[in-house]
Write a protein that binds this ligand. Structure first.
Ligand code: SAM
Length: 283
């Protein structure tokens, strides 16, 4: 393979030069490729779609973990759905208040190959005694489990293939049932400019289920087309409005250091452009 051309959109694609092909396998669920590119470092793709890269993964993982955890202020239990590269588990485990992290990943091969070829993503988090790894379909797990969580993070693939179920109203309803009172659900929701239908539909589902829902953003270079959007859903509206002084104090007390996240970015990430507000009926 000389170049990797992403297959997410029909009429437009980003292409990487493959400087070294490290691994390629058809797992029980998806086609997995890990290659090296001189700009992005090691890149992992599933079914032709870039999932994570060494160089920019910190933006995505920090924003999906620290925003809900620090907005909540007292998180002891976290559920990660998907996240097989381990980056989300790494960031969640950096919080000393967290006593229990469950990760439900459908594909054991993604975990195994990322531990081998992208070791900096999990950075030892799979050996953290607070972590429990479950190999299962995320929708099946949230429907069946009796466990409750303060934060649920859906770190899924796009709504194609095994990830499709993780964008349904039924999945969000089951997540709501798994949240402790005041708990927060965040989900990766794609790039608004290209995937507005996905964002619009998620908004409609969340509207029927949660007392407070919104989206927040970060620009992740390997997810092309502008800002990446994360859905936010909770029955506790005060979490989204946590002021900067409180966030600064919680961030300081947490003792974590970050490369993208800071309390100002956290606060401003909820400010959305007009075309997105209009699409989700919040203008
Ligand atoms: N950061 C990426 C993005 O924004 O597209 C996604 C990260 S990738 C680690 C997503 C993970 O979700 C993959 O490991 C995949 O195997 C897993 N996954 C997909 N569908 C799933 C399902 N139904 N249940 C649990 N995990 C799932």
């Amino acid at each position: 393979m000389r170049n990797f051309s992403e297959t997410l959109y029909d009429a437009y694609a980003q292409e990487f030069r493959v400087d070294e092909l490290l691994h390629e396998v058809k797992t029980d669920h998806q086609h997995l490729v890990i290659f090296k590119n001189v700009i992005f470092g090691r890149v992992m793709a599933l079914d032709g779609i870039v999932q994570t890269t060494e160089k920019d993964e910190f933006i995505y993982h920090e924003m999906m973990s620290h925003v809900p955890i620090l907005a909540h202020g007292n998180v002891e239990s976290v559920l990660i759905v998907g996240g097989g590269d381990g980056g989300m588990l790494r960031e969640v485990c950096r919080h000393d208040t967290v006593r229990r992290v469950t990760q439900v990943e459908i594909d054991q091969a993604v975990i195994d190959m990322c531990r081998r070829y992208l070791p900096g993503h999990s950075a030892g988090a799979y050996d953290d005694p607070r972590a429990e790894i479950v190999i299962d379909d995320g929708i099946h797990f949230v429907r069946e489990t009796q466990q409750r969580f303060d934060v649920i993070i859906s770190d899924s693939t796009d709504p194609i293939g095994p990830g499709e179920a993780l964008f349904t109203e039924s999945f969000y309803a089951a997540c709501r049932k798994c949240l402790n009172p005041g708990g927060i659900l965040v989900t990766q929701n794609g790039v608004a400019f290209h995937q507005m239908d996905e964002i619009r539909q998620t908004g409609e589902h969340l509207e029927s289920l949660f007392g407070d829902w919104h989206f927040y953003t970060a620009a992740v270079p390997s997810y092309v087309g502008g800002a990446m959007y994360f859905a936010w859903a909770t029955d506790e509206p005060r979490h989204r409005r946590t002021d900067i002084a409180t966030l600064r104090e919680r961030y300081r007390k947490s003792g974590i250091t970050t490369r993208y996240y800071n309390p100002e970015i956290h606060f401003s990430a909820f400010a959305l452009p007009q075309y997105v507000l209009e699409a989700v009926g919040k203008s």
